[in-house]
Design a protein. Structure first.
Length: 152
């Protein structure tokens, strides 16, 4: 497996990464995704993509995606926060998620982070089992007040 970090404007974002990311974020259109990454990149948003061995990242072999950023705040001091972590449905339980987490941990350690963390929807019990196997701990509740729907 090969994992690469992609910059805004990379054509693989729309053609290879977005179809996998939409398995987790179905509301994302190509236009909205491009807008989110263009704006979010300045705020630290990055995307890493996992490719099947031998595909070279150019022929549709994307099997996993992670959206992430480095955040400095008072609660964690410095952390790598995972916005998105998704493995293509047909590639689940093959080590893709584990490889992406290891890749992100490498970025976090290199940046001097104290934590690697993420939020997961309460209905995603399969993902929760995965995170617990990967030695993540449940340490907080995440509260949200919806103001409007994305794309409005």
């Amino acid at each position: 497996m090969k994992i690469i970090d992609l910059e805004p404007g990379d054509p693989r974002l729309a053609s290879e990464v977005l179809p996998v990311l939409r398995e987790l974020r179905p509301h994302l259109t190509p236009e909205l995704f491009a807008e989110v990454y263009a704006t979010g990149h300045g705020q630290g948003l990055r995307f890493s993509a996992a490719y099947e061995e031998g595909t070279g990242g150019g022929d549709g072999g994307c099997v996993g995606v992670a959206g992430w950023r480095i955040i400095v705040n008072t609660s964690s001091v410095k952390k790598l926060y995972v916005d998105d972590l998704v493995t293509k449905e047909t590639a689940r339980s093959t080590g893709v998620g584990h490889a992406l987490v290891a890749h992100l941990e490498g970025h976090a350690r290199e940046a001097g982070c104290y934590e690697l963390n993420l939020d997961s929807g309460t209905h995603r019990t399969g993902a929760h089992r995965f995170y617990l196997r990967e030695r993540f701990d449940i340490v907080a509740f995440h509260f949200t007040r919806e103001l409007r729907t994305p794309g409005e």
